[in-house]
Design a protein around this ligand. Structure first.
Ligand code: G3H
Length: 540
């Protein structure tokens, strides 16, 4: 591929497929605050798609809409709504029986499903995600919500009984934490935001959600549903530049939980702004630079298949992507030959192109950044070893395999978050192990080998460096019932369907010394259903 060929992949206005059109820009002025849709008439942010239109004058990014840029005053209104709805834990939502909160979320997911087509289309246009990956993101999110409901039912069943220990009667349940600020990333704007927003909500917290900078318009079809399904102030949306709108929220000291998926740099800035940092519960998914280690006895066809998926799914824009490959020197040439051959067969195109793997990149200046990484590596001795690697046309970047990469190069440590594949030859297994030990990140690793002894020898040290060791498989988050976390700068807290329910709640109990008066008292409260917390009701 060269730049000319990449340019030709962009459609003209007339070539846009009828089924996936955005005919008119979506000018979003509505926002959800305190249970009502309000209208914003202040400044707005234009949304340009990464999908460019080919015209006689060249390529231009298609304008697909705009969204509000809130003032501090509007952000604080949303905060007040969430604080009021929580009302120090006395609000309707945090005191509602679990069964009723579940039924509101069931209603929400029922109505969410009706927006599948609209949201999938917006995922394609806003972040350039392929149609098949966009559909997957939507369906996975629906499945996640349903699994969350089931997990909460199970959790509630286990808690719907009294325990008696050492002469003390107790009922132990999980209670909400307060006002939660949810901020998801652009690469999974729906799924990753919802994997914190939904558990936070269903556990009785109130929520302020800031959609990602790229991937905001896709929340527009959901505002009415949130409004209709939840009491006023329980879910509020804010829009604007993080640097302007997050500080007033956090410095107020009224945010109890920060759920953030993004960079550790931003997470540190936000956390430090809280006047009482120890009061802020944080759930963070941050940076990563997951390595793959290819050993001489690996099945190279399998390793190539998994490494291609690992490095290039959604253009490498996954926190779990394989971002550096260590290959044993004796098999490096064969591995690279197979890798570049397989790479030559991948499809580059628009999000709606069937079977497409490489699509336009949504971040401003991203292709320039990737070109600089490649130029830095080649200036320091690496070569781009695949045909056309690094070719650029506006937002499209043809994947570049860099070899041999060394520690002097930026791509050795920087998280490229894009289709650049650095490969490093090694003779001693200590080389990749030391890389992992010295890295600031500690999310996952992939080991490729068919030798049980070698694999076992690597598993034991690596499980204490990262949070998931993948064998002959790419790095990934799913299945969503598995724990997803990281060490060092990669994460804080653990997410999975069931872990998330725990992360957004705290164990609280009601306890009483076992005597006749207390037995009688507790029996009456339960029998006459006087409390939502102290209850033996069983959710089927
Ligand atoms: O960006 C991080 C996502 O959670 C990746 O999810 O590995 O299942 O694609 P995935």
């Amino acid at each position: 591929m060269n730049s000319e060929q990449l340019i030709a992949l962009f459609p003209t206005e007339k070539e846009l497929p009828v089924d996936f059109q955005i005919t008119e820009p979506i000018r979003q002025t509505e926002y959800l605050s305190n249970g009502e849709l309000r209208y914003w008439d202040g400044p707005s942010q234009e949304v340009l798609s990464p999908v460019c239109i080919r015209s006689e004058t060249g390529l231009f990014r298609k304008l697909i809409g705009s969204y509000p840029l809130f003032s501090e005053e509007t952000v604080l209104e949303a905060l007040d709504s969430a604080v009021k709805a929580y009302d120090n834990g006395k609000g309707l939502w945090p005191t509602l029986p679990v069964e009723e909160r579940i039924s509101r979320v069931e209603e929400f997911v029922f109505r969410l499903k009706t927006k599948r087509q609209a949201i999938v289309n917006l995922l394609m246009w806003e972040i350039g995600k392929s149609r098949q990956e966009s559909v997957k993101e939507f369906d996975r999110t629906v499945a996640y919500i349903i699994a969350t409901i089931d997990a909460l039912k199970e959790l509630d069943r286990v808690s719907s009984r009294f325990v008696i220990e050492e002469g003390i009667i107790g009922q132990i349940r999980r209670a909400p934490l307060g006002v939660t600020l949810c901020m998801g990333p652009f690469n999974y704007p729906l799924n990753e935001t919802f994997t914190t927003l939904i558990p936070a909500l269903i556990m009785g917290n109130t929520v302020i959600c800031k959609p990602p900078k790229l991937g905001t318009l896709l929340y527009r079809p959901l505002l009415e549903i949130f409004r209709d399904c939840f009491p006023p102030g329980v879910v509020n949306f804010i829009y604007g530049r993080g640097s302007n709108i997050i500080s007033p929220l956090v410095t107020s000291g009224k945010i109890d939980v920060l759920a953030f998926i993004g960079t550790s740099k931003i997470a540190d800035i936000v956390k430090k702004q809280h006047p009482k940092p120890h009061r802020l519960r944080c759930v963070l998914g941050l940076d990563a630079k997951n390595p793959a280690i290819i050993l001489p006895d690996a099945d190279l066809d399998l390793a190539v298949k998994e490494c291609l998926l690992g490095t290039l799914s959604f253009n490498g824009q996954r926190c779990t992507a394989i971002k550096i490959i260590f290959v044993q020197e004796t098999i490096a040439a064969t591995f690279l030959e197979k890798l570049t051959a397989a790479l030559a067969g991948i499809i580059v195109g628009m999000p709606w192109t069937p079977e497409v793997m490489i699509t336009p990149l949504p971040e401003d200046g991203k292709t320039q950044y990737l070109s600089k990484l490649v130029a830095d590596a080649t200036a320091k001795g690496a070569k781009v070893i695949n045909n056309g690697g690094g070719a650029v046309a506006e937002t499209l970047f043809y994947p570049a395999v860099l070899y041999p990469v060394n520690p002097e190069m930026r791509v050795f440590t920087e998280e490229q978050f894009g289709p650049v594949i650095p490969v490093i030859p090694f003779t001693n297994i200590e080389t990749p192990i030391r890389y992992i030990e010295e890295s600031n990140f500690g999310q996952q690793v992939s080991i490729f080998s068919n030798d049980p002894d070698r694999v076992a020898q690597l598993i034991d040290p690596l499980v204490n460096q990262v949070s998931r060791v993948n064998i002959n498989s790419q790095c990934q988050r799913g299945p969503d019932t598995f724990p997803f976390t990281g060490r060092k700068d990669s994460a804080e807290g653990t997410l999975s369907v069931s872990d998330a329910l725990r992360v957004f709640s705290i164990r609280t109990l009601v306890a009483a010394k076992e005597n006749e008066i207390n037995q009688e008292l507790l029996t009456r409260i339960v029998r006459e259903r006087k409390s939502n917390f102290l209850s033996t009701d069983f959710i089927f």
